[in-house]
Design a binder for this molecule. Structure first.
Ligand code: GLN
Length: 501
């Protein structure tokens, strides 16, 4: 029998819906795979075996009674980033602060997945509160990159992307505040999409930086990402920043792209995001990808976005500022951890000792940076200036999209670095998001699609495609066309079978 963990979500769904296999079989195959390899990958913080099998049985039961599948991916298993709430199922955000916390409600993304018959296998590892680029800031140990277990799987959503590359799940959900869907996708050879800000509800997404956070699909193919995108996207009155507009036709666009013709599409290469400072193997992979886009019929021009150079410093003022405010809710009174609660300490001491014990070093660094940037004497110089840069970046995008349909760049300056290599150097860690941050600051849509392996180290490289707000469908058309031209990739992952923790 075919190994069900090697199939894409679309392939699995077709078999389940034709009743060639059951959702329970597909789910069990992935649960078995997790049991076999996750000791060596650490992609999952929690596996919900009972919940997953119950959801799968429901789909099988409905199909057996002759009902139509409730969505094109009904019955397909998925790995959910541990920053989205799941009613009664642990949600830690990779933090000791929320260890043992059981949310009383489902995030809108979680609810939509359940309503679409998607089988949630469990919750994936991440940098604490989504702050990081390597998943090393998790309080529960790092996730390892299935391509090379000495290396990071990216972050903050390293668990979600690694679960795809380890064939533990065919679909996953990530969240992207500065690159946490796209950067892990790039370094694990998988697809990740940050939808237009407001395209997917943030209700139940534990907030890091509310003006930037966005949940999105992760998959092993562009079409699979599109199918998942349509399930989770759409207006939600529970999120005041949710856009009340039709979901862009991403599945239609992906299918159109699969025909492999980009005639009439104008692609802009971001002049600021290549060349010096980029790992030569990444640069060569990017140039080869651009050549392939031309072969597919696209018109390629170079476009300058001068303010993109300031995106990283602006982000590291805005995101910590919002984080310092958002994380104030972890006050030892309302959620999770509480220490020193022995009657001898004041409420203020309990709060302060709990935050000291519950938060890791990076979260504390961000809270301090943000508090400083927002303090009255420095507000204009730091937070205020960063907001002005944000406006200038949005203008760069607007000007660029008057000339081209999509912009492209490498997703990351390097391939996956070694575990431990950047932990003592926050600035080196932050540089992993150099190319992904502008799309968050401006709120528009962006995708990372694998552009093959670097000729230096044999590790995956990502091609970033960026589109205007609400034009997410363009990402899928270009991404799918490129994927066909590039050819298969994941069969080159070293076999993980038989590993032990
Ligand atoms: N690596 C970036 C940071 O640490 C982005 C994180 C994210 O997108 N959640 O802030």
């Amino acid at each position: 029998m075919t190994d069900l963990t090697r199939l894409t979500a679309s392939e699995l769904a077709a078999k389940i819906h034709k009743r060639e296999i059951t959702s329970v079989e597909a789910t069990q195959a992935h649960l078995d795979r997790i049991a076999e390899v996750d000791g060596a990958v650490n992609a999952f913080l929690h596996v919900d075996t009972e919940g997953a099998l119950a959801a799968a049985r429901k789909v099988d039961g409905d199909l057996a009674e002759g009902r139509e599948p409730v969505s094109p991916i009904a019955g397909v298993p998925l790995a959910l980033k541990d920053v989205l709430t799941t009613k009664g199922v642990p949600t830690t955000c990779g933090s000791k602060t929320l260890e043992n916390w059981l949310p009383p409600y489902d995030a809108t993304v979680t609810r939509r997945l359940r309503e679409a018959g998607v089988v949630i296998l469990g919750k994936t590892n991440m940098d604490e509160f989504a702050m990081g680029s390597s998943t090393e800031n998790s309080a529960y140990g790092p996730t390892r990159n299935p391509w090379d277990r000495e290396r990071i799987p990216g972050g903050s959503g390293g668990g979600s992307s690694a679960s795809l590359a380890a064939f533990e799940a065919p679909l996953a959900i990530g969240t992207d505040t500065g690159g946490s869907i796209r950067q892990p996708a790039a370094v694990t050879g998988t697809v990740g999409v940050k939808p237009t800000y407001g395209g997917v509800s943030r209700y139940g997404l534990v907030a890091f930086s509310s003006s930037l956070d966005q949940a999105g699909p992760c998959a092993r193919s562009v079409l699979d990402a599109a199918l998942l995108h349509e399930v989770i996207a759409g207006h939600d009155p529970m999120d005041s920043t949710s856009i009340d507009a039709p979901v862009p036709p991403v599945v239609t666009a992906a299918r159109a792209g699969l025909k492999g013709d980009l005639t009439g599409v104008k692609v802009g290469v971001v002049a600021e995001f290549s060349g010096e400072g980029y790992q030569p193997g990444v640069q060569r992979s990017f140039e080869a990808a651009v050549a392939q886009l031309k072969d597919l019929g696209a018109e390629v021009v170079e476009v300058s976005c001068p303010n993109f150079t300031y995106a990283l410093p602006a982000y590291y003022l805005i995101a910590p500022s919002e984080c310092s405010s958002n994380l104030a809710r972890f006050d030892a009174m309302r959620y999770g951890l509480r220490v020193a609660d022995d009657g001898t300490h004041s409420a203020e001491e309990v709060m302060s000792l709990t935050r000291e014990a519950g938060f890791g070093a990076e979260v504390k660094r961000r809270i301090m940076l943000g508090t400083y940037a927002l303090s009255s004497g420095y507000y204009d110089a730091y937070y205020g200036s960063a907001q002005k840069v944000r406006t200038l970046i949005t203008r760069d995008f607007t000007a660029a999209f008057e000339k081209v349909d999509v912009l492209v760049s490498p997703t990351t300056p390097t391939t996956a670095f070694k575990i431990g290599e950047r932990v003592d150097d926050p600035l080196a860690m932050y540089l992993a998001d150099l190319c992904t941050i502008p799309a968050n600051l401006a709120g528009n849509a962006a995708m990372s699609v694998p552009s093959g392996l670097s000729d230096e180290d044999g590790l995956p490289v990502g091609l970033q495609i960026m589109a205007p707000a609400l034009a997410d469908d363009r990402l899928y058309r270009v991404g799918a066309a490129y994927e066909v031209a590039r050819g298969p990739l994941l069969d080159r992952i070293p076999e993980l079978k038989g590993v032990s923790a």
